[in-house]
Design a protein around this ligand. Sequence first.
Ligand code: UCC
Ligand code: FAD
Length: 621
Amino acid sequence: WEAAGYLPFTRARIGPFFQENPVLKNPFVEDALLRGYLKRHIPQEVILSDLCAFGEHVAKEVDGWGRECEVNPPRLVHFDPWGRRVDHIVTSHAWKRMKDLSAQEGIVAIGYERSFGEWRLEDRCTSFFRFSSCVLFHFSNVFLSSSKKCMYVFPSRVYQMSKLYLFSPSSGLYTCPLAMTDGAAKVIQSLGVSWPVEDAYSRLTTRHPERFWTSGQWMTERQGGSDVASGTETVAVPQTDGSYKLHGFKWFTSATDADMTLTLARVQDKTGATIPGSKGLSLFYAEVSRDEDGRLRGIEVQRLKDKLGTRQMPTAELLLDGLPARRLSEEGRGVSSIANMLTITRIHNSVSAAAAMRRVLQLARDYATRRTAFGKLLKDHPLHMQTLARMEVESRGAFLLVMDVCRLLGREESGVATEHDAHLLRLLTPVVKLYTGKQAVAVVSEGLESFGGQGYIEDTGLPGILRDAQVLSIWEGTTNVLSLDVLRCVARSSGMVLHAYFSHTKSLLAGASSVSSLAPAVTAVGGALCELEEFVQVAATRAPSYLELAARDLAYSLARIYTGALLIDHACWKGASPSDTYAALRWCEQDLCPVARNQRRGHYDSNTSLDAALVFDQSIQ
Ligand code: UCC
Ligand code: FAD
């Protein structure tokens, strides 16, 4: 026994084997599609090297802060030791660092350090020296063109969202306040209001940490988060100086440590009456501030939500009890005025969804080179590789769809968007949000399984990715609500958004017509597009209830077909790799047009009562 190294009464051995953990490497370097896409669309070396350096920082340091945010979640201190109400939301050191980092890296600012459309080069350089000290920005503009009348649109949004994409999975959910901050800046800018929000706008879009502000977006009340028009009870009481005081209860307010917020309320007339429904809602700006006694002005934090995920970030229930506010929109134009914020936050949501898929894949890929089962590494098991390849296809599709929407947003903001672009942006924003939100949950869930039991173990950090993915299809409009938004925007544009969709998708396919390796994919997308056109023609003759039942399948069809066309288009690029072609072919093997399939099955004709009977089945007593 002794010779064999086993002694009675010694501590049990735990064995010599310890599995190597997956290692996060530079997410920029590791992402062939991201690099290929940027090389194709914004090949400025200065941008690529900024993203590469940021990727390195994310892997080496920021990811650790993100983890710290998760293990040190925020807490609410209602009272100080002497019983005074303080409602202090205590956040981690890492959370505060994320705020500074976000400002310094320009995660919001890049989107606004914009694109000068068709400005002359000299004008752009002058404007640079006047407004920006960002060397990167200067170089990238100078590199763009040497012509006097420059037609090049600086792709700020693609650059910004690429950076966000690298940051998001390591950000400890700081991307949530950044989304709302970006959305608030966009609303202020688009409303063209200066006072009292000029200073706020400059703070939301600054790169200086000491000036940087984040914004909240307080829309949801207890009666309804989707149906904001019926659910909003908050009233705005006019003050003699033209300001308002808000009284109401906001049921979900995320990143409640924000410096300001945009919110909805109903203006009371002199008798205290308000207008019900959407027409009674106005948009307000409020700062979150404290009085001399350290109490929040006009706000009581009821409690922090106990959430499945997004635990890194405080989400509170707030009683607004005389919150000082300024009206930003015309009376009754609250929903349409906050719509720009919804566009931006939904795009951020989609970027985060694509980034979550990419992150779990990067880790799974690394793990497959370290973990052995049945005598060989996971990477040498074809079935495991097939599983990861399927995730990869989903992830690539999501990335290209998201980036295309960012491209459209950039064109709109640079003033070069055609009417066609504007229609596409309106249609694709809910589509990309709803589709990627769902994909993210599926891909991340599969990703966790690729680590076996370790994927289920909390302190690996992996389960948090799944928990955080689950919210992406809920907030900023659920899947069904966004599917109905798709229908509404089609109806309101008299079908023009669909016209833009069909013609743009066809133009993407046309560029691939001579590429034989992509022929099956082109045929599949072309066929699905025809089916979709037929569906639209038939649906136009049917009752609204028919379309309502088809809404989700329609949105999925729009997403899958368009993404297929984008994958094909990317695979046609001269710098594309064989994997780009393979990804396009694999994507296009799925059912690209589920709405046509289910239409043929009669699923939208008379299923309402059958569905309800199935769901509430009580036939067995
Ligand atoms: O969840 C939230 C924050 C979470 C944290 C943020 C994270 C971000 C990502 C981070 C990643 C890590 S804030 C709460 C978000 N809530 C929602 O998304 C609400 C969902 N419900 C809807 O979207 C509904 O469709 C409503 C509320 C917009 C429907 O309201 P109404 O009153 O019935 O609206 P209408 O009648 O459809 O539209 C009223 C006006 C119309 O314009 P006008 O009056 O000129 O005809 C519409 O065209 O608003 C316009 N409008 C839009 N415009 C409505 N929706 C849009 C839109 N999406 N785009 C442009
Ligand atoms: P409901 O509207 O009650 O929806 C319940 C279900 O009914 C959903 O499945 C929905 O798809 C379905 N449904 C609703 N209407 C229809 C319809 N017409 N047809 C078919 N199906 C329908 N809100 C904010 O304003 N600010 C925030 O900062 C914020 N942060 C959040 C943070 C977290 C972690 C979470 C989970 C939520 C947050 N929200 C926030 C709220 C969020 O936006 C809402 O929960 C969401 O919009 C859904 O609203 P609801 O909860 O009222 O669900």
